[in-house]
Write a protein that binds this ligand. Structure first.
Ligand code: COA
Length: 182
């Protein structure tokens, strides 16, 4: 497991699936996600089965926060589109438990994922896509050190409107000074 100050990242278990099902169908949670249709339990179970077949570094991880002596599931995250020659990967995060939004867990998760990506997976570029209409996520990514690389104009379509999608990234050369400041 990967331990931070208040959170840990662990492998996803089958028993996590009902929570993921609940979160992926929550309109407030999926507003910023590339999800357009209702997801059934069967869809989520299929996603779990397919995830289990992925290469270890691309398997999703459950985000848990420390609560007294226990750990509480609050979200999930993952690296994907890993390119070993280019040493690049894309990143995705969902804090599905809305009751803990704005308490720093998203930022801590991103910092931990950057550390994992650079110091364990030996990546050189970690990037993500974020809707321009998701200011909370953009703020979190900027706090973690991501910079805007460019914008895919009207790349997504939601609620009858096209949305610009930002590409943001952190390079290893950006990460070293960020790490030293911590
Ligand atoms: C985006 C997400 C990961 C952020 O997680 P979080 O735990 O709420 O984030 P944090 O508490 O670490 O930080 C939130 C920051 O955004 C700020 N914020 C909240 N609403 C905001 C808004 N509308 N505009 C700008 N900043 C906002 C908070 O003040 C806080 O900043 P601060 O610590 O400098 O005060 C989480 O809300 C989430 O998973 N949302 C649903 C799925 C999603 O959109 N995922 C991202 C897809 S790209």
């Amino acid at each position: 497991m990967i331990y931070g100050k208040r959170i840990r990242l662990r492998g996803v278990e089958r028993s996590d699936v009902p929570k993921f099902y609940e979160w992926i169908n929550d309109p407030e949670v999926n507003e910023g996600l590339d999800v357009h249709l209702p997801m059934s339990m069967q869809d989520e179970e299929q996603w779990f089965e397919q995830s289990a077949q992925r290469a270890q570094a691309e398997k999703p991880m459950a985000i848990e926060m420390c609560e007294g002596n226990d750990w509480k599931l609050i979200g999930n995250c993952r690296f994907f589109h890993l390119e070993w020659t280019n040493r690049a990967a894309e990143l995705g995060i969902t804090i599905g438990d809305k009751s803990v939004w704005n308490q720093g867990y998203g930022t801590e998760t991103m910092q931990l994922l950057l550390q994992h990506g650079f110091e364990t997976l030996n990546l050189n570029r970690i990037y993500l896509r974020v809707y321009s209409t998701n200011p909370r996520a953009i703020h979190v990514y900027e706090k973690a050190g991501f910079v805007l690389e460019g914008t895919l104009r009207e790349d997504a379509y939601k609620h009858g409107k096209y949305i610009d999608v930002h590409i943001m990234s952190v390079l290893r050369s950006d990460w070293n000074p960020i790490k030293e400041k911590k």
